[in-house]
Design a protein around this ligand. Structure first.
Ligand SMILES: NC(=O)c1ccc[n+]([C@@H]2O[C@H](COP(=O)([O-])OP(=O)(O)OC[C@H]3O[C@@H](n4cnc5c(N)ncnc54)[C@H](O)[C@@H]3O)[C@@H](O)[C@H]2O)c1
Ligand SMILES: [Fe+2]
Length: 401
Protein backbone atom coordinates (compact mmCIF):
# COMPACT_ATOMS: atom_id res chain seq x y z
CA UNK A 1 0.00 0.00 0.00
CA UNK A 2 1.50 3.35 -1.05
CA UNK A 3 0.57 6.44 0.90
CA UNK A 4 2.18 9.26 -1.13
CA UNK A 5 2.42 10.14 -4.80
CA UNK A 6 4.98 12.09 -6.84
CA UNK A 7 4.62 14.50 -9.72
CA UNK A 8 7.41 15.25 -12.23
CA UNK A 9 7.49 17.45 -15.31
CA UNK A 10 9.85 19.20 -17.71
CA UNK A 11 12.01 21.70 -15.83
CA UNK A 12 10.36 24.59 -17.68
CA UNK A 13 7.38 24.48 -20.01
CA UNK A 14 6.76 27.41 -22.35
CA UNK A 15 3.42 27.18 -24.16
CA UNK A 16 2.01 29.50 -26.80
CA UNK A 17 1.67 30.35 -30.46
CA UNK A 18 5.00 31.91 -31.52
CA UNK A 19 6.83 30.68 -28.39
CA UNK A 20 9.60 29.12 -30.49
CA UNK A 21 10.88 32.65 -31.16
CA UNK A 22 11.99 32.76 -27.51
CA UNK A 23 14.37 29.84 -28.00
CA UNK A 24 17.53 31.99 -28.25
CA UNK A 25 16.89 33.94 -25.06
CA UNK A 26 15.74 30.82 -23.16
CA UNK A 27 18.96 28.98 -24.01
CA UNK A 28 21.07 32.09 -23.44
CA UNK A 29 19.75 32.40 -19.90
CA UNK A 30 20.85 28.82 -19.29
CA UNK A 31 24.30 29.60 -20.72
CA UNK A 32 23.80 26.97 -23.42
CA UNK A 33 25.67 27.82 -26.60
CA UNK A 34 26.31 24.62 -28.61
CA UNK A 35 23.15 22.82 -29.62
CA UNK A 36 22.86 19.43 -31.30
CA UNK A 37 19.48 19.42 -33.07
CA UNK A 38 17.85 16.06 -33.80
CA UNK A 39 15.26 16.18 -36.57
CA UNK A 40 14.30 14.45 -39.83
CA UNK A 41 14.25 15.21 -43.57
CA UNK A 42 10.50 15.92 -43.74
CA UNK A 43 10.76 18.63 -41.11
CA UNK A 44 13.75 20.21 -42.82
CA UNK A 45 11.78 20.29 -46.11
CA UNK A 46 8.71 21.66 -44.31
CA UNK A 47 10.82 24.62 -43.09
CA UNK A 48 10.42 23.69 -39.42
CA UNK A 49 14.16 23.25 -38.76
CA UNK A 50 14.56 26.83 -39.97
CA UNK A 51 11.97 28.01 -37.40
CA UNK A 52 14.33 26.77 -34.68
CA UNK A 53 17.63 27.71 -36.33
CA UNK A 54 16.57 31.31 -36.90
CA UNK A 55 16.11 32.37 -33.25
CA UNK A 56 19.16 30.37 -32.18
CA UNK A 57 21.35 31.98 -34.87
CA UNK A 58 20.05 35.43 -33.96
CA UNK A 59 21.16 34.82 -30.37
CA UNK A 60 24.65 33.78 -31.51
CA UNK A 61 24.12 30.15 -30.54
CA UNK A 62 26.01 27.52 -32.55
CA UNK A 63 24.06 24.52 -33.86
CA UNK A 64 24.57 21.28 -35.69
CA UNK A 65 21.61 19.57 -37.31
CA UNK A 66 21.23 15.78 -37.45
CA UNK A 67 18.41 15.20 -39.94
CA UNK A 68 18.54 11.40 -40.01
CA UNK A 69 15.50 10.86 -37.79
CA UNK A 70 12.71 8.54 -38.94
CA UNK A 71 9.23 7.62 -37.69
CA UNK A 72 9.37 5.08 -34.82
CA UNK A 73 13.19 5.18 -34.95
CA UNK A 74 15.29 2.04 -34.93
CA UNK A 75 17.97 1.59 -32.28
CA UNK A 76 20.75 2.03 -34.86
CA UNK A 77 19.49 5.52 -35.73
CA UNK A 78 20.11 6.53 -32.12
CA UNK A 79 23.62 5.08 -32.39
CA UNK A 80 24.28 7.05 -35.60
CA UNK A 81 22.96 10.30 -34.11
CA UNK A 82 25.12 9.81 -31.03
CA UNK A 83 28.25 9.28 -33.12
CA UNK A 84 27.68 12.65 -34.82
CA UNK A 85 26.90 14.34 -31.53
CA UNK A 86 30.04 12.98 -29.91
CA UNK A 87 32.21 14.62 -32.59
CA UNK A 88 30.36 17.90 -32.25
CA UNK A 89 30.58 18.07 -28.41
CA UNK A 90 27.30 19.89 -27.75
CA UNK A 91 26.28 21.33 -24.39
CA UNK A 92 22.65 20.35 -24.96
CA UNK A 93 20.48 18.26 -27.31
CA UNK A 94 17.31 19.62 -28.92
CA UNK A 95 14.64 17.26 -30.26
CA UNK A 96 12.55 18.90 -32.98
CA UNK A 97 9.64 16.87 -34.30
CA UNK A 98 7.14 14.36 -33.14
CA UNK A 99 7.81 11.79 -30.45
CA UNK A 100 10.22 9.99 -32.75
CA UNK A 101 12.78 12.81 -32.93
CA UNK A 102 12.26 13.97 -29.33
CA UNK A 103 12.90 10.42 -28.12
CA UNK A 104 16.03 10.11 -30.26
CA UNK A 105 17.30 13.35 -28.75
CA UNK A 106 16.74 11.94 -25.26
CA UNK A 107 18.74 8.80 -26.03
CA UNK A 108 21.57 10.90 -27.51
CA UNK A 109 21.62 12.96 -24.29
CA UNK A 110 21.93 9.73 -22.26
CA UNK A 111 24.65 8.19 -24.40
CA UNK A 112 26.76 11.36 -24.51
CA UNK A 113 26.64 11.61 -20.72
CA UNK A 114 27.06 7.93 -19.82
CA UNK A 115 28.47 6.11 -22.91
CA UNK A 116 27.40 2.51 -23.58
CA UNK A 117 24.67 1.42 -25.98
CA UNK A 118 20.98 2.27 -26.05
CA UNK A 119 20.17 -1.22 -24.75
CA UNK A 120 22.22 -0.56 -21.59
CA UNK A 121 19.43 1.79 -20.44
CA UNK A 122 16.22 0.06 -21.57
CA UNK A 123 13.57 -0.40 -18.89
CA UNK A 124 12.99 1.79 -15.84
CA UNK A 125 15.60 3.65 -13.83
CA UNK A 126 18.71 2.30 -15.54
CA UNK A 127 20.12 5.76 -16.37
CA UNK A 128 22.67 6.32 -13.60
CA UNK A 129 22.57 10.11 -13.33
CA UNK A 130 21.87 13.45 -15.00
CA UNK A 131 22.18 13.61 -18.79
CA UNK A 132 22.97 16.45 -21.19
CA UNK A 133 20.20 19.07 -20.95
CA UNK A 134 17.32 18.02 -23.22
CA UNK A 135 15.23 20.62 -25.04
CA UNK A 136 12.06 19.46 -26.76
CA UNK A 137 10.12 21.31 -29.44
CA UNK A 138 7.15 19.20 -30.60
CA UNK A 139 5.72 19.49 -34.10
CA UNK A 140 2.91 16.98 -33.53
CA UNK A 141 0.16 17.16 -30.90
CA UNK A 142 0.43 13.68 -29.52
CA UNK A 143 3.11 11.93 -27.56
CA UNK A 144 3.75 14.34 -24.70
CA UNK A 145 7.42 13.35 -24.91
CA UNK A 146 8.23 17.04 -24.35
CA UNK A 147 7.32 16.57 -20.68
CA UNK A 148 7.69 12.81 -20.22
CA UNK A 149 10.34 10.54 -18.75
CA UNK A 150 10.16 8.09 -21.66
CA UNK A 151 12.01 7.48 -24.91
CA UNK A 152 10.80 4.76 -27.26
CA UNK A 153 12.87 3.07 -29.98
CA UNK A 154 12.15 0.13 -32.29
CA UNK A 155 14.14 -3.06 -31.79
CA UNK A 156 14.27 -4.31 -35.37
CA UNK A 157 15.88 -7.61 -34.33
CA UNK A 158 13.23 -8.70 -31.82
CA UNK A 159 10.39 -6.87 -33.62
CA UNK A 160 9.13 -4.85 -30.70
CA UNK A 161 9.27 -1.35 -29.24
CA UNK A 162 11.72 -0.75 -26.43
CA UNK A 163 11.42 2.06 -23.94
CA UNK A 164 13.86 3.77 -21.68
CA UNK A 165 12.23 5.36 -18.65
CA UNK A 166 14.02 7.60 -16.21
CA UNK A 167 13.24 10.85 -14.44
CA UNK A 168 16.57 12.06 -15.91
CA UNK A 169 14.88 11.97 -19.34
CA UNK A 170 12.46 14.79 -18.46
CA UNK A 171 13.44 17.68 -20.72
CA UNK A 172 15.06 20.66 -19.03
CA UNK A 173 12.99 22.85 -21.33
CA UNK A 174 9.88 22.17 -23.43
CA UNK A 175 8.68 24.75 -25.92
CA UNK A 176 5.20 23.93 -27.14
CA UNK A 177 4.35 26.26 -30.00
CA UNK A 178 1.09 25.10 -31.60
CA UNK A 179 1.99 26.99 -34.80
CA UNK A 180 4.60 24.29 -35.47
CA UNK A 181 1.76 21.78 -35.82
CA UNK A 182 -0.24 23.88 -38.34
CA UNK A 183 1.25 22.01 -41.31
CA UNK A 184 1.20 18.58 -39.69
CA UNK A 185 -0.18 16.10 -42.27
CA UNK A 186 -3.72 14.81 -41.79
CA UNK A 187 -2.80 11.23 -40.94
CA UNK A 188 -0.05 12.23 -38.50
CA UNK A 189 -2.52 14.63 -36.85
CA UNK A 190 -5.01 11.79 -36.47
CA UNK A 191 -2.56 9.16 -35.26
CA UNK A 192 -0.70 11.36 -32.80
CA UNK A 193 -3.99 12.88 -31.58
CA UNK A 194 -5.49 9.52 -30.70
CA UNK A 195 -2.22 8.60 -28.97
CA UNK A 196 -2.82 11.60 -26.71
CA UNK A 197 -6.37 10.38 -26.06
CA UNK A 198 -4.99 6.96 -25.19
CA UNK A 199 -2.53 8.54 -22.74
CA UNK A 200 -5.27 10.47 -21.01
CA UNK A 201 -7.69 7.53 -20.82
CA UNK A 202 -5.05 5.06 -19.62
CA UNK A 203 -3.94 7.53 -16.93
CA UNK A 204 -7.54 8.26 -15.90
CA UNK A 205 -8.52 4.59 -15.64
CA UNK A 206 -5.23 3.29 -14.17
CA UNK A 207 -4.91 1.36 -10.93
CA UNK A 208 -5.28 3.63 -7.86
CA UNK A 209 -1.88 4.76 -6.58
CA UNK A 210 -2.53 3.19 -3.17
CA UNK A 211 -2.95 -0.19 -4.84
CA UNK A 212 0.27 -0.14 -6.86
CA UNK A 213 2.38 -3.17 -6.02
CA UNK A 214 5.54 -1.34 -4.88
CA UNK A 215 6.96 -0.36 -1.50
CA UNK A 216 6.06 3.09 -0.23
CA UNK A 217 8.65 5.63 -1.37
CA UNK A 218 10.35 3.33 -3.91
CA UNK A 219 10.86 5.00 -7.31
CA UNK A 220 8.41 3.60 -9.86
CA UNK A 221 7.98 4.09 -13.60
CA UNK A 222 4.32 4.97 -13.06
CA UNK A 223 2.51 5.92 -9.87
CA UNK A 224 -1.04 4.89 -10.73
CA UNK A 225 -4.05 7.21 -10.65
CA UNK A 226 -4.00 10.13 -8.22
CA UNK A 227 -5.89 13.42 -8.03
CA UNK A 228 -3.50 15.79 -9.83
CA UNK A 229 -3.09 13.32 -12.67
CA UNK A 230 -6.87 12.93 -12.86
CA UNK A 231 -7.31 16.72 -13.27
CA UNK A 232 -4.81 16.78 -16.11
CA UNK A 233 -6.33 13.73 -17.81
CA UNK A 234 -9.85 15.16 -17.57
CA UNK A 235 -8.70 18.41 -19.17
CA UNK A 236 -6.93 16.52 -21.95
CA UNK A 237 -9.93 14.27 -22.67
CA UNK A 238 -12.34 17.17 -22.94
CA UNK A 239 -9.96 19.17 -25.17
CA UNK A 240 -9.55 16.15 -27.44
CA UNK A 241 -13.33 15.66 -27.56
CA UNK A 242 -13.65 19.27 -28.69
CA UNK A 243 -10.71 19.56 -31.09
CA UNK A 244 -9.33 16.32 -32.53
CA UNK A 245 -11.84 15.72 -35.32
CA UNK A 246 -11.73 19.41 -36.28
CA UNK A 247 -7.91 19.46 -36.40
CA UNK A 248 -7.88 16.40 -38.66
CA UNK A 249 -10.65 17.66 -40.96
CA UNK A 250 -9.16 21.15 -41.35
CA UNK A 251 -5.50 21.49 -40.46
CA UNK A 252 -5.70 25.28 -40.84
CA UNK A 253 -8.14 25.53 -37.91
CA UNK A 254 -5.85 27.26 -35.43
CA UNK A 255 -8.21 26.95 -32.47
CA UNK A 256 -8.26 23.19 -33.01
CA UNK A 257 -4.47 23.06 -33.37
CA UNK A 258 -4.02 25.10 -30.17
CA UNK A 259 -6.50 22.90 -28.31
CA UNK A 260 -4.78 19.71 -29.42
CA UNK A 261 -1.32 21.03 -28.52
CA UNK A 262 -2.52 21.78 -25.01
CA UNK A 263 -4.29 18.43 -24.81
CA UNK A 264 -1.21 16.47 -25.86
CA UNK A 265 1.07 18.14 -23.32
CA UNK A 266 -1.56 17.83 -20.59
CA UNK A 267 -2.06 14.15 -21.41
CA UNK A 268 1.73 13.74 -21.38
CA UNK A 269 1.87 15.12 -17.86
CA UNK A 270 -0.94 12.77 -16.81
CA UNK A 271 0.37 9.53 -18.28
CA UNK A 272 4.06 10.08 -17.53
CA UNK A 273 3.17 10.35 -13.85
CA UNK A 274 0.11 8.12 -13.47
CA UNK A 275 0.31 5.43 -16.13
CA UNK A 276 -0.11 3.93 -19.46
CA UNK A 277 -1.22 0.32 -19.33
CA UNK A 278 -2.60 -2.48 -21.50
CA UNK A 279 -3.15 -0.47 -24.68
CA UNK A 280 0.49 0.55 -24.80
CA UNK A 281 1.69 -2.91 -23.76
CA UNK A 282 -0.24 -4.50 -26.63
CA UNK A 283 0.87 -1.85 -29.11
CA UNK A 284 4.59 -2.51 -28.51
CA UNK A 285 4.66 -5.98 -30.17
CA UNK A 286 2.06 -4.89 -32.74
CA UNK A 287 4.10 -1.85 -33.80
CA UNK A 288 7.25 -3.94 -33.91
CA UNK A 289 5.65 -6.58 -36.16
CA UNK A 290 3.63 -4.64 -38.70
CA UNK A 291 3.86 -1.25 -40.31
CA UNK A 292 1.56 0.87 -38.18
CA UNK A 293 2.26 4.08 -36.33
CA UNK A 294 2.23 4.02 -32.52
CA UNK A 295 -0.84 6.25 -32.46
CA UNK A 296 -2.87 4.25 -34.99
CA UNK A 297 -2.03 1.00 -33.19
CA UNK A 298 -3.12 2.49 -29.87
CA UNK A 299 -6.27 3.97 -31.37
CA UNK A 300 -7.22 0.61 -32.82
CA UNK A 301 -6.71 -1.21 -29.51
CA UNK A 302 -8.12 1.43 -27.15
CA UNK A 303 -11.85 0.55 -27.23
CA UNK A 304 -11.11 -3.16 -26.77
CA UNK A 305 -9.03 -2.49 -23.65
CA UNK A 306 -11.69 -0.07 -22.34
CA UNK A 307 -14.23 -2.89 -22.67
CA UNK A 308 -11.94 -5.26 -20.74
CA UNK A 309 -11.49 -2.66 -17.96
CA UNK A 310 -15.14 -1.59 -17.87
CA UNK A 311 -16.27 -3.88 -15.00
CA UNK A 312 -13.82 -2.20 -12.60
CA UNK A 313 -13.83 1.36 -14.00
CA UNK A 314 -17.51 2.16 -14.61
CA UNK A 315 -17.54 5.56 -12.90
CA UNK A 316 -14.36 6.75 -14.64
CA UNK A 317 -15.59 5.58 -18.04
CA UNK A 318 -18.98 7.23 -17.51
CA UNK A 319 -17.15 10.48 -16.79
CA UNK A 320 -15.03 10.01 -19.93
CA UNK A 321 -18.24 9.65 -21.97
CA UNK A 322 -19.45 13.00 -20.65
CA UNK A 323 -16.04 14.63 -21.24
CA UNK A 324 -16.15 13.43 -24.84
CA UNK A 325 -19.52 15.14 -25.30
CA UNK A 326 -21.91 12.19 -24.90
CA UNK A 327 -25.22 12.80 -23.19
CA UNK A 328 -25.42 10.44 -20.21
CA UNK A 329 -28.09 12.18 -18.15
CA UNK A 330 -30.73 9.41 -18.30
CA UNK A 331 -28.37 6.46 -18.26
CA UNK A 332 -27.32 4.15 -15.45
CA UNK A 333 -23.59 3.89 -14.72
CA UNK A 334 -23.10 0.82 -16.87
CA UNK A 335 -24.84 2.37 -19.87
CA UNK A 336 -22.92 5.60 -19.41
CA UNK A 337 -19.61 3.71 -19.24
CA UNK A 338 -20.53 1.90 -22.48
CA UNK A 339 -21.03 5.31 -24.10
CA UNK A 340 -17.35 6.13 -23.56
CA UNK A 341 -16.43 3.19 -25.78
CA UNK A 342 -18.93 4.32 -28.41
CA UNK A 343 -17.49 7.85 -28.24
CA UNK A 344 -13.95 6.62 -28.82
CA UNK A 345 -15.16 4.44 -31.71
CA UNK A 346 -16.93 7.46 -33.21
CA UNK A 347 -13.79 9.63 -33.01
CA UNK A 348 -11.65 6.79 -34.33
CA UNK A 349 -13.89 6.33 -37.37
CA UNK A 350 -14.14 10.08 -38.02
CA UNK A 351 -10.36 10.47 -38.23
CA UNK A 352 -9.63 7.31 -40.22
CA UNK A 353 -7.93 5.03 -37.68
CA UNK A 354 -7.98 1.35 -38.75
CA UNK A 355 -10.64 -0.67 -36.92
CA UNK A 356 -9.27 -4.21 -36.95
CA UNK A 357 -5.88 -5.89 -36.60
CA UNK A 358 -6.50 -7.87 -39.78
CA UNK A 359 -6.77 -4.56 -41.68
CA UNK A 360 -3.10 -4.00 -40.80
CA UNK A 361 -2.04 -7.34 -42.29
CA UNK A 362 -1.77 -9.06 -38.90
CA UNK A 363 -2.22 -12.85 -39.10
CA UNK A 364 -4.25 -14.61 -36.44
CA UNK A 365 -1.24 -16.89 -35.74
CA UNK A 366 0.73 -13.83 -34.58
CA UNK A 367 -1.67 -13.00 -31.75
CA UNK A 368 -0.27 -15.45 -29.14
CA UNK A 369 3.22 -14.00 -29.55
CA UNK A 370 1.83 -10.46 -29.20
CA UNK A 371 0.08 -11.51 -25.98
CA UNK A 372 3.25 -13.12 -24.66
CA UNK A 373 5.45 -10.09 -25.41
CA UNK A 374 2.93 -7.66 -23.94
CA UNK A 375 2.47 -9.80 -20.82
CA UNK A 376 6.24 -9.67 -20.26
CA UNK A 377 6.09 -5.86 -19.82
CA UNK A 378 5.32 -6.17 -16.11
CA UNK A 379 5.25 -2.46 -15.35
CA UNK A 380 2.37 -2.01 -17.82
CA UNK A 381 0.48 -5.01 -16.48
CA UNK A 382 0.81 -3.66 -12.94
CA UNK A 383 -0.66 -0.26 -13.81
CA UNK A 384 -3.84 -1.67 -15.34
CA UNK A 385 -6.89 -1.54 -13.06
CA UNK A 386 -7.64 -5.24 -13.73
CA UNK A 387 -4.71 -7.62 -13.38
CA UNK A 388 -4.72 -9.61 -16.63
CA UNK A 389 -3.56 -13.15 -17.31
CA UNK A 390 -1.81 -13.76 -20.62
CA UNK A 391 -4.99 -15.48 -21.80
CA UNK A 392 -6.94 -12.24 -21.18
CA UNK A 393 -4.52 -10.36 -23.43
CA UNK A 394 -5.04 -12.94 -26.14
CA UNK A 395 -8.81 -12.53 -25.79
CA UNK A 396 -8.51 -8.76 -26.19
CA UNK A 397 -6.40 -9.28 -29.32
CA UNK A 398 -8.87 -11.87 -30.68
CA UNK A 399 -11.68 -9.37 -30.19
CA UNK A 400 -9.64 -6.71 -32.01
CA UNK A 401 -8.70 -9.09 -34.83
N1 LIG B 1 8.46 9.53 -25.16
C1 LIG B 1 7.18 9.39 -24.93
O1 LIG B 1 6.72 9.72 -23.85
C2 LIG B 1 6.31 8.83 -25.99
C3 LIG B 1 4.93 8.71 -25.77
C4 LIG B 1 4.15 8.19 -26.80
C5 LIG B 1 4.73 7.82 -28.00
N2 LIG B 1 6.08 7.92 -28.19
C6 LIG B 1 6.75 7.54 -29.44
O2 LIG B 1 6.67 8.64 -30.35
C7 LIG B 1 6.67 8.16 -31.70
C8 LIG B 1 5.49 8.72 -32.47
O3 LIG B 1 5.59 10.12 -32.49
P1 LIG B 1 4.53 11.05 -33.26
O4 LIG B 1 3.20 10.42 -33.21
O5 LIG B 1 4.67 12.40 -32.72
O6 LIG B 1 4.98 10.98 -34.78
P2 LIG B 1 6.45 10.93 -35.44
O7 LIG B 1 7.42 11.70 -34.63
O8 LIG B 1 6.79 9.51 -35.71
O9 LIG B 1 6.22 11.70 -36.82
C9 LIG B 1 5.54 11.05 -37.89
C10 LIG B 1 5.90 11.73 -39.22
O10 LIG B 1 5.30 13.01 -39.26
C11 LIG B 1 6.22 13.99 -39.67
N3 LIG B 1 5.85 15.26 -39.02
C12 LIG B 1 5.78 15.51 -37.71
N4 LIG B 1 5.36 16.76 -37.48
C13 LIG B 1 5.19 17.34 -38.68
C14 LIG B 1 4.78 18.65 -39.09
N5 LIG B 1 4.42 19.60 -38.23
N6 LIG B 1 4.76 18.91 -40.42
C15 LIG B 1 5.09 17.94 -41.31
N7 LIG B 1 5.46 16.68 -40.99
C16 LIG B 1 5.51 16.38 -39.67
C17 LIG B 1 7.57 13.47 -39.21
O11 LIG B 1 8.61 14.00 -39.99
C18 LIG B 1 7.40 11.98 -39.40
O12 LIG B 1 7.76 11.60 -40.70
C19 LIG B 1 6.62 6.65 -31.59
O13 LIG B 1 7.93 6.11 -31.73
C20 LIG B 1 6.11 6.40 -30.19
O14 LIG B 1 6.48 5.15 -29.68
C21 LIG B 1 6.86 8.43 -27.20
FE1 LIG C 1 1.72 6.66 -26.55
Amino acid sequence: MRTAWNFHSAGQLVFGRGAVRQLGSLLGRRKLSRVFIVTDPRLVTAGLAERVLQPLGAAGITCQVFSGGEPEPAVNVAVAATAEAREYRPDCVLGLGGGSNMDLAKIVAVLIAHCGEPASYFGFDNVPGPVLPIICVPTTAGTGSEVSHAAVLTDTVNHTKVSTLSQYLRPALAIVDPALTDGCPRQVTADSGIDALTHAIEAYTAIDFEQLDAPDGAPVAYEGRYPLGECLAEKAISLIGQHLVAAVKDGSNQAARDGMALAATTAGLAFSNCAVALVHALEYPLGGAVHVSHGAGNGLLLPFVMRYNLPVRKAALARIAALLGESIADLNENEAAEKSIAAVERIRAAIGIPQRLRDLGVKREQLPSFAEKAFAIKRLMGTNPRQPRQADLLQILEAAF
